[in-house]
Design a binder for this molecule. Sequence first.
Ligand code: SF4
Length: 212
Amino acid sequence: MKTFSDKIDEYVKNKAIESDKHHVKKNDQFNSSEAGYCPRKIYLDRVDPIKEPEATLRIFQMGNIIHEFIQKEVITGGVYEKDHIIHTGLGFCIKAKPDIIIDDQVIELKSTKSISYINTPNANHVKQVNLYLKALGLKFGKIIYISNSDLESKEFNIMYSEDLYNEVVSDFAYVFDCIKQNIPYLKVEPYPNPYCYTCKYYKKCYPRRTTK
Ligand code: SF4
């Protein structure tokens, strides 16, 4: 007989399979949520992908549950946008799907373990919202961080920046060129950065380092 834990695992895996079907990563399309990511990760996600570990899938699912709760019960009356596509004119496009739009303002929800250490918005999240603003031709957005342990929240206003948009396009263009020219993406820093320790490609990038 299946234990409760088995049932949770099954639920999380099925949700992940469902999500993968809707979020197939294409070589000529990048997602707004990838803005600011390690370029090697963006590359590997398309050329030689591996599955997320179960622990990460559980965290993703927790985030989805918080998102659904906020969108259905707290921030009501907003517009739930479909995918928007930014055509960069460089052979690739960027997919943008904001969480909510209210009064011409994009709202991006981010669940996190705790908001106590958040004093400024994460740079990657700012890039992500900036792409939404570009896609929709809007000027203002907001990032709301919500603690998934006690539902405390913090919010930050974001204003559109063309310079930041160009920076993100340039980052994606670099990865796109590596994929297009079939260049094995070999650039790995000699030592892992803090993000590497939670990255699913850690062993691929640093095979000789057995411990994190
Ligand atoms: S382990 Fe580090 S270098 Fe390798 S893909 Fe992940 S973040 Fe990038």
